[in-house]
Design a binder for this molecule. Sequence first.
Ligand code: NAD
Length: 262
Amino acid sequence: MLEGFDLAGRVALVTGGGTGIGKAIATLLAERGADLALAARRADRLETAAAEIGEATGRRVVTFAADVTDSEAVERMIAAVVDTFGRLDILINNAGKSSYSGFSKMPPAMWDKDVALNLNAAFYCSHAAIPHLKASGRGAIVNISSQAGISGTAGCGAYSAAKAGLQMFTRVAAMEWGGSNVRVNCVAPGMTATELAQAGWAKTGFDAPGAAKTAFALKRPGTPEEVAQAVVFLACDAASYITGETLAVSGGPGQKGMIDVD
Ligand code: NAD
């Protein structure tokens, strides 16, 4: 049964794979045997992560520069990945970020930027990758959405709308590409304690562990590794009959101000 978790011989591309959740996903994919392409705007910034993952896992890890909100740059990047490895089996659309503003004060350019990064980019990467994922015979896409795309987050409205759109992109792409055995799934993380998130919490004085006690059933923020395990499961043959789904990795429903009875 555990053969379904083996990724030997496969090539995975992780956007935003040098930091946070993307780096945890890349590390676990390589531990399962996949060779890796890591992409971000600047390839040089990815080199440390690539060297670290390559050394720890013995897998081939190559970095590629692309702004994933630029469709032409994405096409060049996917072509370079396939030139380098000769194939592409797994695409993880992970690059993403939220701006912060209420709708009343949000400049339209901020809306456009959040939708470009958190929704359009996943379409651009998937569209450029799909011929190669079909050729793989068992291609898999995993889109990284957010709990904000399920329940919404005030002050992160453009991001919430884009992440919700990413879940619908997942469903429709799964319908269109299932006949070529390309599966498309989505993971929606909740509050995740990446290094950057923790630094942000420290800087603003936000008590994330305190907030998590009432916000989530499991009463703590998640870790990048916990998100990565769900993502890698969906990328593996172990999930061969799962497509079009969004899996929340968010610590479960919270008490929302109700009395804790246990
Ligand atoms: P992060 O900032 O560490 O990672 C984002 C990555 O995206 C970075 O490596 C960055 O270089 C890359 N990136 C940003 N803009 C890009 C662009 N235009 N082109 C190419 N690469 C670009 O943040 P993270 O917390 O690890 O987030 C990873 C994903 O998880 C994002 O999609 C985010 O929305 C989602 N998410 C995170 C949390 C959380 O609490 N950390 C919660 C829910 C969802």
